[in-house]
Structure formats: C-alpha cells, structure tokens
Design a protein around this ligand. Structure first.
Ligand SMILES: *Cc1c(COP(=O)(O)O)cnc(C)c1O
Length: 380
C-alpha cells in the first residue's frame, strides 16, 4: 500500500479537475482582470464564474464574495476591518477560546490597540454555550467571531443561535467556516451571519486563495487598501489561476458533498469504533453528535502523541497532533486544554482527518499500526 494521508484538516490534495481548470491561467490566459482588452475580459469572466461557484457553496449571492489570499486573510479582514470601521478603540470583541490562531491573534493584536476581548469558554465537548454569549454581550460589543467547526476536534458550534443573539444586540457576527465548508452544508441565510471565511486549500483547491462572505447591506470591512479591485473591498491584482481553482473546488465540493461526507463518516466511525474497542484506554476529544464527519481526535493516555505521530509517519501514515500551525511547538494544544483536558491527555492526542479519497483498506492499515505502536509505547 502507498502512503496514507489522514491529515485533511491541515490541507488537501489538489483535485485533478481543479488543476486542469487552472492551467490555462498559468499559461496563455495571463490577462489582468482589470484590463479592458480581450485578455483582461477573459480573466474577468473566469473570476465571475469562480465567484458564482463560491457563492453557491454557501447559499450567498456572487457580489457577497470577496476573494482573499486564504482563510487567514479573510479572518484578518473581518476582525481588523470591523475594528477599523468602528474606529474608536474601547469597543469589545467576543470570540471563543478555541478559535484558529488567525482569529485569536487578530483579536490579541486589537487588544494592543485598545480594544478589549472576551474569550468564551467551551464545554468538555469543545462547544460554546449560547447562554454564555448572551450573558456577556453588552452594548460595547462591536463584533462576535465564532468558528463553525474546530480544526483540531471537528466540534461544530451552535452558530445559528450565536448569530441570532449577536445580531439581536446590534453586533456584527463573523464565522470562520474554513473547516466546515465542503464537509457539511452551509447556508449563510439560514445561519444569519454577516461575515464568513473560506479557504481553498482545505477543499481540494490550490493554496493561496479563499474568500470572505460579506452580507449585502453591511459596510464591508477592508484590510488591504489600494486599487478598486473586488469592489474596493480587497485591493491587489487578483490571483487569477488560484481563484479559478478555488471556484472549481467549490463547485466540485458542493456537487459531491453528500457522497464525501457519507464516505468520510463511514470510515471515521470504523476507525473510532476499532480504537475504542481495541486500543484502550482512549478518550475522544470532540462532540459525538455535533462533529464534522471527517474528523477524529483521540487521546491515548500514557503515550506521547508526537512520538506516536512520528512512528506512524515512518510507516507512511500521515496524521497530526492537533493543529498544523503549531506542530513545531511542544506546548499541549490550547484547544484541548480549553476543553478541560489535562496536560497529559492533551499531549497524548492524535488527529485523524479524512478526505473523499480515503478507503477502508487505509483505515484498516491504520488500525493495525495503532494496535502495534500504542501497545508497545505503553509498555516501554
Ligand atoms: C486552515 C484554517 C485557517 C487558515 O486558512 P489558510 O487558507 O491556511 O490561511 C483558518 N481557520 C481555520 C479553522 C483553518 O482550519
């Protein structure tokens, strides 16, 4: 068997059809979408098409999509941009303790500029309680930012309830939906969000593109100032090839969503069941009911997660110990710590994140490897 990739929450393989769609824009179709001649018009048409595909994936209108360089930029644009629109420091932002670092560190940056931040706690399953948001939400709150699904645990947040609470008090609501998009169905109208972040490389698109959904009727937050691109909402000549790839990835993700989710859920549940029955003791980190179908985060108490991940890698099995963004730090995951796990439990975790291409044979090979290694690491 070839290498096994179970790290799809870190990044995904570029889909072959996405690659084919991008190729012309890396070769002959090099026009600038802002140019009036045929080269430019061709690039503009491609952007318009990608914008429709991205909008369709989340139930938005095309003019509500602002292309960015990825999820990190979309999160920064939402948070810094809203703070800029409000202008006067002193306003408060409410987010959760388990957000992606793109959100957490944007908020921390604003703290230095005089804004204050409230980090909502999460329960043992990694979910916020809407009542906590209700209790802390005052007139000073300018923005509430709650992610859709957590990258480490897959836990899905009560976004619809949180958005309704925020908006009833006049705060703007942002949602980082980078992990949820393409994995579960998203409808921005039903959710009632004002801003929502997407990333291309988490849904089999190329790296370096993504989008911020900006609901019609709100003033758009701006991060990059310059030319009139993206209706003055994001300056800079568009990364045409990458955006074209992102658009195609959105189209394919929408088309295959049920099939991909069903396959991932079947494989994930098979893996989870085998671990709980045959690799005890093991603790599942994340919600059993409200979780992405592709994600399984497990702690193996008494085992060093990093050491286990390295051993699996030597066998050609790619998994991660939480988030790819801080793999080099040996600090236990702040997400698991916020969920009440001990240092030992948090540093003994492994995240398996599946994708549409994974197979039963791969799952069975991983189960075998786990039985072998976890057992030997525990007796060592
Ligand atoms: C990957 C990820 C991001 C960052 O997206 P990039 O396109 O890699 O910048 C933001 N939020 C979440 C939840 C993610 O998983």
């Amino acid at each position: 068997m070839g290498k096994i990739y179970f790290d799809n929450n870190a990044t995904t393989r570029l889909d072959a059809r996405v690659f084919e769609e991008m190729l012309p824009f890396l070769r002959d179709n090099y026009g600038n979408p802002s140019s009036l001649h045929s080269f430019g018009r061709e690039a503009r048409r491609a952007l318009d098409n990608a914008r429709c595909n991205a909008a369709n994936l989340i139930g938005a209108e095309p003019d509500e999509i602002v292309f960015t360089s990825g999820g990190t930029e979309a999160d920064n644009q939402a948070i810094m941009g809203i703070a800029d629109l409000i202008g006067s420091p002193g306003g408060r932002i409410i987010t959760s303790a388990i957000e992606h670092q793109a959100v957490l560190n944007s908020c921390r940056h604003l703290q230095k500029r005089g804004f204050s931040t409230t980090f909502l706690p999460v329960d043992y399953e990694g979910r916020i309680k809407p009542a906590d948001l209700e209790d802390t939400l005052g007139g000073d709150v300018i923005l509430v930012s709650i992610m859709y699904a957590n990258n480490e645990t897959g836990s899905i947040q009560p976004v619809e309830e949180a958005a309704a609470i925020a908006r009833s008090r006049g705060a703007i609501f942002h949602c980082d939906a980078v992990q949820a998009a393409g994995r579960i169905r998203i409808d921005v109208r039903k959710l009632g969000v004002d801003l929502l972040s997407l990333s291309s490389h988490k849904i089999n698109g190329p790296k370096g593109s993504g989008a911020l959904f900006v609901r019609r009727g709100i003033q758009a937050p701006v991060l990059l100032h310059g030319g009139h691109h993206e209706q003055r909402r994001r300056a800079g000549t568009e990364n045409v090839a990458s955006i074209v790839g992102f658009g195609e990835a959105c189209r394919l993700a929408g088309q295959r969503l049920d099939e991909t989710a069903g396959n991932c859920r079947m494989l994930r549940d098979r893996l989870e069941k085998a671990i709980m029955e045959e690799v005890q003791p093991a603790i599942i980190n994340g919600s059993r009911e409200n979780r992405l179908p592709n994600t399984l985060n497990v702690s193996f108490p008494g085992v060093d997660g990093q050491f286990l991940a390295i051993n699996l890698d030597l066998m050609g099995i790619a998994v991660s110990t939480g988030s790819a963004c801080h793999a080099e730090s040996r600090e236990p995951s702040y997400v698991l710590k916020a969920m009440g796990r001990s240092d030992d439990e948090a540093s003994s975790c492994i995240r398996f994140s599946l994708g549409g291409e994974n197979t039963v044979d791969e799952v069975d090979a991983v189960i075998l490897a786990l039985k072998e290694f976890v057992g030997s690491l525990r007796t060592a």
